[in-house]
Design a protein around this ligand. Structure first.
Ligand code: NAD
Length: 264
């Protein structure tokens, strides 16, 4: 039976991509489209027979799972309502705080949820590759990440860059939070061994680009991913939605959905 999906933020860049990706997929039916109070798209016909609404609870009740690409504040608020309904979820919103994560943990205690800062196959594959490279090369090779996104992106570094940083730290056997360097400005001194740098570039309509570079003596390795359409994230999120319905409560990542080995 097709999974009945409630999409949040149908007028947003990702919400729209999710609705477009659902067209023609027999394993997915879009049953509700919920936007925030006052959103310009409220009342719009999303697909024939379905209008964007502001009332969250009826939309969740009518669906097996909801897909959330919104804002951290909204993700937290919706998770609190979803928890009272034991509702499975697919969460793609990035820039979540510890408090937002705690709301997701509370939901995961009663329902299965997939949380991923990136739903593309390519990036999830890349996580394993950078971890393998970091393990093989060690901290003799300086690891730096550069991420580029469109000018409207709110959070920095990107959630994907943070995942890549954590994968490199796991390969080094270090604690990412202890070795990360998200900005350099002024007299920062020589680069400490084992530091993992992340630089964020913002401009134009770039959907998402990430490069992890390992700088060795007289050679370097670059591992890059470039997204040229949001359709890849939307397709991954819908795959996760169909996968998560019926799973035991808990927090899952996209590696589990794709059947890739778990991160160390
Ligand atoms: P956007 O600003 O285009 O869209 C956000 C939408 O959320 C808007 O339509 C807004 O009205 C809606 N919204 C806000 N509050 C809401 C609420 N309470 N209930 C329902 N809807 C609400 O943003 P975007 O570019 O689509 O990105 C959204 C999020 O997804 C960002 O955090 C971004 O970083 C993340 N993202 C994740 C992935 C991934 O693969 N995980 C890929 C792309 C973007």
């Amino acid at each position: 039976m097709a999974a009945r999906v409630c999409v949040l933020g149908p007028s947003g860049r990702m919400g729209r991509a999710v609705i477009d990706a659902a067209a023609g997929r027999s394993e997915i039916t879009i049953t509700a489209a919920i936007d925030r109070d006052g959103a310009p798209g409220l009342g719009n016909v999303i697909i024939p027979g379905l209008v964007a609404q502001a009332e969250l609870r009826p939309g969740l009740v009518a669906s097996d799972v909801y897909v959330d690409f919104t804002t951290p504040a909204s993700t937290r608020l919706v998770a609190e309502v979803a928890r009272s309904l034991n509702k499975p979820a697919v969460i793609g919103t990035t820039g979540l705080s510890a408090e937002d994560d705690a709301a997701l943990a509370a939901l995961a205690a009663v329902a299965p949820i997939v949380v991923a800062a990136n739903f593309s196959l390519g990036v999830n594959l890349l996580l394993g590759l950078v971890q393998q490279a970091a393990r093989a090369l060690g901290t003799e090779w300086d690891a730096e990440i550069v991420e580029t996104h469109h000018r409207a992106k709110r959070d920095a570094p990107s959630g994907t860059a943070l995942m890549i940083g954590r994968a490199i730290a796991a390969g080094h056997g270090s604690d990412y939070d202890a070795v990360k360097r998200h900005t350099r400005d002024g007299d920062v001194g020589p680069r400490p061994r084992g530091e993992i740098g992340v630089s964020s570039v913002r401009g134009g309509d770039v959907i998402g680009e990430h490069t992890a570079t390992f700088y060795g003596p007289a050679e370097r390795i670059e591992i890059s991913h470039r997204a040229s359409s949001r359709a890849i994230f939307a397709a991954g999120a819908l795959r996760a939605a169909a996968w998560v319905v019926g799973k035991p409560p808990g927090r899952y990542d996209m590696l589990a959905v794709l059947g890739l080995p778990p991160a160390a």
